[in-house]
Design a protein around this ligand. Structure first.
Ligand code: CA
Length: 520
């Protein structure tokens, strides 16, 4: 259990690091003096507009008059009242002028309560033209927050995801067993893992190697993502088939993938520890000559300087690794994909009678989207004090926080993040403030967005009641089927049980949500 918790927090950390990389930025002006460039002289300033501003929902609580708040007030000639948004505060009528929500379901719930202002897409296009060009390419995100043909939130997006998974091979093992080409198809993949298990790739004369292992008890799915992906499914994911929403845990293709994995296990190709292994433990097995291929995050394995490559070099200097795409099988190629959805920005309903305030909010949004100085200040703080580029002396690329500001709570005290909308930044901006070599690698190796959750991982009304138990049920059955404890035909028993224990109800809700919000 502790292993699992550690694994999950590692994933969350990776995701949040990735998110912060995506929002990374700098200032084009002299950052030794963090006074904002207001573009206005004191004389022309009118009375500041008051804005009640819902702070970032992940932040513990309000910090009044923080550095960033004062900076924003000066730059935009506003007076900010930072507020912590909760369901209770909204229910009591305290609706901020602007705030952020994490899920389309939250947006729809507040829209139902009548506390939101609808957003004019033409205004979005006019006031935030660069961002609109980017988000227009991801129209499905608009659909998720459209009710009665009106838009109720500004969607934000995640595009290139460094945590997407692809395949990392022991290249020296492939050479050793006589395979000169890094496998691309599932058949080639299968040949290679059988050779790893049977042909003594480490050359010690002992049968002590396997092809691969899995993460069968990860919290959200089944592991073996690229193998299920090669059959066109991902367990637990909602997938669209001929206009219907079905669950990846119970599809016929899922059974086919299980048949394949079960065969591999029976033939000694899958490590028997696949049930308890984690990404951490299977990396160690790759380093220690026990397995020959893993599913790895692109940011961790694709580049010569990537951490897993570097670790391998230090622990096992003679080993050679090769990164490749996910194997292509009868259902295409794919892996677990968290999708493009990010958070949503909403505007309080009272703003609709205050055109000056609305204009000011869009001025701020445009700056948070496309003005380096503003994005920098709200998400990273001051260059050279709170953050810098990873590469010393660089003027673009990945960023890092400096000592004293590495923890979120240290930055929150200055207001960094509290007023940041995160992924409202333009694609051009993200490209500039992330590692171009890594971006190229993601484009090369990721299977995304071949398929992701058809509901973009929206929360269903009865998820709380059933989802976790259904995931555990799937994991138990799949582990037993793969390891041969129960026959493959028990998959059908599992499907019946899954449906009876809440799966049928969730499928109904998933289809209703799809019809209402997602249907193309
Ligand atoms: Ca051996």
């Amino acid at each position: 259990m502790s292993k699992r918790i550690k694994f999950v927090s590692a994933i969350l950390l990776t995701v949040s690091l990735a998110a912060s990389l995506l929002t990374g930025c700098t200032s084009k002006s002299d950052t030794s003096n963090p006074s904002p460039n207001t573009g206005k002289t004191q004389e022309t300033k009118s009375k500041p507009i008051e804005i009640s501003w819902g702070i970032h929902f992940a932040a513990e609580g309000v910090v009044n008059d923080s550095e960033v708040q004062k900076w924003l007030e000066q730059k935009f000639n506003v007076k900010i009242k930072p507020v912590k948004v909760t369901d209770a505060s909204i229910a009591s009528g305290e609706v901020p002028d602007i705030f952020m929500l994490g899920d389309p379901a939250n947006v729809i719930a507040y829209q139902n309560q009548g506390v939101l202002m609808s957003i004019d897409q033409n205004m979005l296009k006019e006031k935030m033209p660069e961002y609109y060009t980017d988000i227009e390419k991801k129209k499905e995100l608009f659909q998720t927050v459209t009710v009665n043909n009106e838009l109720w939130a500004i969607p934000m997006f995640i595009d290139l995801k460094p945590y997407d998974l692809a395949t990392l091979w022991r290249k020296d093992w492939l050479d050793k067993v006589g395979i000169n080409k890094v496998p691309e198809t599932l058949d080639e993949y299968e040949k290679a893992i059988y050779a790893f298990a049977q042909k003594d790739p480490d050359g010690n004369g002992v049968k002590d190697t396997y092809g691969l292992t899995g993460t069968a008890t990860s919290t959200w799915s089944s592991g073996f993502y690229s193998i299920f992906g090669a059959f066109g499914v991902e367990p637990t994911m909602w997938m669209e088939r001929d206009g219907q929403i079905v669950n990846g845990s119970i599809m016929p293709e899922t059974k086919e993938a299980l048949a394949k994995l079960r065969q591999w296990y029976a033939d000694g190709v899958i490590d028997p520890e696949f049930i308890t292994d984690t990404q951490d433990s299977y990396r160690k097995k790759l380093y220690n000559n026990r397995i020959g291929v893993i599913e790895e995050q692109i940011a961790k394995g694709a580049l010569p300087e990537s951490p897993v490559i570097a670790e391998m070099k230090s622990l096992n200097p003679d080993a050679e690794l090769a990164f490749s795409k996910n194997p292509k099988g009868p259902g295409g190629d794919g892996s677990w994909d968290w999708g493009i959805k990010s958070n949503f920005i909403v505007i309080g309903n009272k703003v609709k009678d205050q055109p000056e305030k609305l204009a000011k909010l869009f001025e701020i949004l445009q700056a948070q989207s496309n003005d380096e100085e503003t994005i920098n200040m709200t998400s990273l703080g001051v260059k050279g004090t709170q953050w810098d580029f990873v590469e010393s002396g660089a003027t673009s690329g990945a960023t890092k926080f400096l000592p004293g500001f590495e923890k979120q709570e240290q930055r929150d005290q200055l207001g960094i993040r509290l007023f940041s909308f995160g992924n409202i930044t333009t694609q051009a901006y993200r490209d500039k403030y992330s590692d171009p070599k890594l971006n190229e690698a993601i484009k090369t190796y990721s299977s995304a967005p071949r398929w992701t959750d058809a509901l973009l991982f929206s929360v269903l009304p009865s998820d709380g009641k059933y989802k976790q138990d259904l995931t555990s049920l799937m994991q138990k059955y799949f582990a037993q089927i793969i390891s041969g404890e129960i026959p493959l035909s028990d998959f059908d028993k599992f499907v019946t049980e899954w449906k009876a224990k809440g799966g049928e109800e969730l499928t109904k809700e998933a289809n209703e949500m799809y019809q209402a919000q997602f249907k193309k």
